[in-house]
Every structure is written in C-alpha cells, then in structure tokens.
Design a protein around this ligand. Structure first.
Ligand code: NI
Ligand code: MN
Length: 227
C-alpha cells in the first residue's frame, strides 16, 4: 500500500487493485500538492461533512466515476446531486473489490456551511479504517483524543494518519497519547500548517513521539510512503 500526502487531511492511497482518495480538499488548500483536476482515483472516502474534507469529492467523483464512501447523511446529500455513494456509519464496515472499509467513531462535528451561513448537518463525524492488500490503515478524520482508540489499534495498524493541528482537533500533546493507544507501525501527522490557527512543529512532534517509542513520518505534501 502506497500513501501519498496531498496536504491537509488528503491522501492518495494505492492498494494492489485500486486507488483511493481520502478527504479530498485540494481546491482552496494552500498546501495542496496536486490540482483536483489532475487527481484520478477509483474510490473517494470522506470522514465527515466539513468542506476541508469533502470539498473536491463531488467534482472528482463525477469526472472519475468514483463512488464516495461516507456516512449516511453525506451519502443522502450527495445522492441527491446524482452522485454514486456507499454509506457506512461508525462501527459498520463493508467489503469492496479492493478490501474492507470500517468507519470508527470520531469526536468532532460534521456540518456544511452553505451560502449565507446556512448550516446543513451532515451526520456524525467518522474515522476510517481500511484493510487492503494485507495492510491496515487508519485515517482518524478530525477528532479529539478518545480512549476507545485502543480498540481501533487492537488488530494492529500498519499506519495511522492523525490530526495534530489543535484548535479543531487533537493537538500534538493529545496526539502523542493517541499513539500510545493506537500503537501503529508508523504515524503520519495531518491537519496542520494549512492555516495559521493550526500551525504546528511536526519535527518536534516526531521527536517527542520517538522518545515514547513511536515512529512518525512527517510527510511533506507531495511525498509518499510505502507501508
Ligand atoms: Ni472538520
Ligand atoms: Mn477539518
């Protein structure tokens, strides 16, 4: 499984049989390493309804014919636009041709703010657990630290993608505790440095994690990691 970081919480994941795009947010993302128009994928996975996680989902799904794997409410919202979706909710999983996706809990919110400040609520926020090609990958979505992360890590994780930005999600201190609970072989920090309010020192976080026995790879946008 090959992970390419596209900036913020967006990753392109190449499994042996399919390319998955996680939390597509490239248009308007100052750190994006690719343009939405240039990304191709077979499936799109969205953790929750905030624009910095589903912003480019509809356009890329339409262009590539890629179904969007998301929670039930986002699924209904996108179905109404004529998009192909596959809905899951926390604790539920489903088999796809490339492998299995299970949604987990996440502590956050999941609304879409539309023109004029109208808020459409798009279900519950989720984390995403992907098993493909014999590898396991956890994308935490946007979340606070929660003790049940020890359940998510209990089957062994080849990689965990965890937010460290603070303010809207865990910050670095809580993310270190998340690693103690998840115990992935490698962790990649995400959801930081995109804007000033979530600026963080990723090398400092990686060093603190190493001191606790965790391996952190602070991928720069555009960089890849084979797990
Ligand atoms: Ni969010
Ligand atoms: Mn976010």
């Amino acid at each position: 499984m090959r992970l390419t970081y596209l900036g913020h919480s967006c990753f392109l994941v190449r499994t042996p049989t399919a390319t998955l795009l996680l939390d597509p947010f490239l248009t308007g993302n100052p750190l994006a390493s690719a343009r939405a128009e240039d990304v191709t994928c077979d499936y799109i996975l969205c953790s929750h309804g905030h624009d910095d996680h589903i912003g480019d989902a509809a356009a890329i799904s339409k262009r590539c014919g890629a179904p969007i794997i998301c929670n039930f409410e986002i699924g209904e919202y996108l179905n109404a636009q004529g998009l192909k979706t596959a809905a899951l909710n926390p604790g539920g999983g489903a088999d796809f041709p490339f492998g299995r996706v299970k949604f987990t809990i996440a502590h956050h919110s999941s609304s879409l703010v539309e023109a004029g400040g109208k808020i459409t609520y798009l279900g519950t926020p989720c984390g995403m657990l992907i098993h493909a090609g014999g590898k396991s990958l956890y994308h935490a979505g946007d979340t606070a630290l929660f003790l049940d992360m020890q359940l998510i890590g209990r089957g062994g994780l080849d990689a965990a993608l965890i937010p460290i930005g603070d303010r809207f999600t865990m910050g670095p201190e809580d993310a270190l505790e998340a690693l103690d609970l998840l115990r992935p072989k490698v962790a990649v920090p995400m959801h930081y440095n995109t804007w000033d309010p979530i600026r963080q020192d990723a090398p400092k976080f990686a060093a603190a994690a190493a001191a606790r026995g965790h391996s952190v790879n602070s991928l720069k946008p555009g960089a890849s990691l084979e797990i």
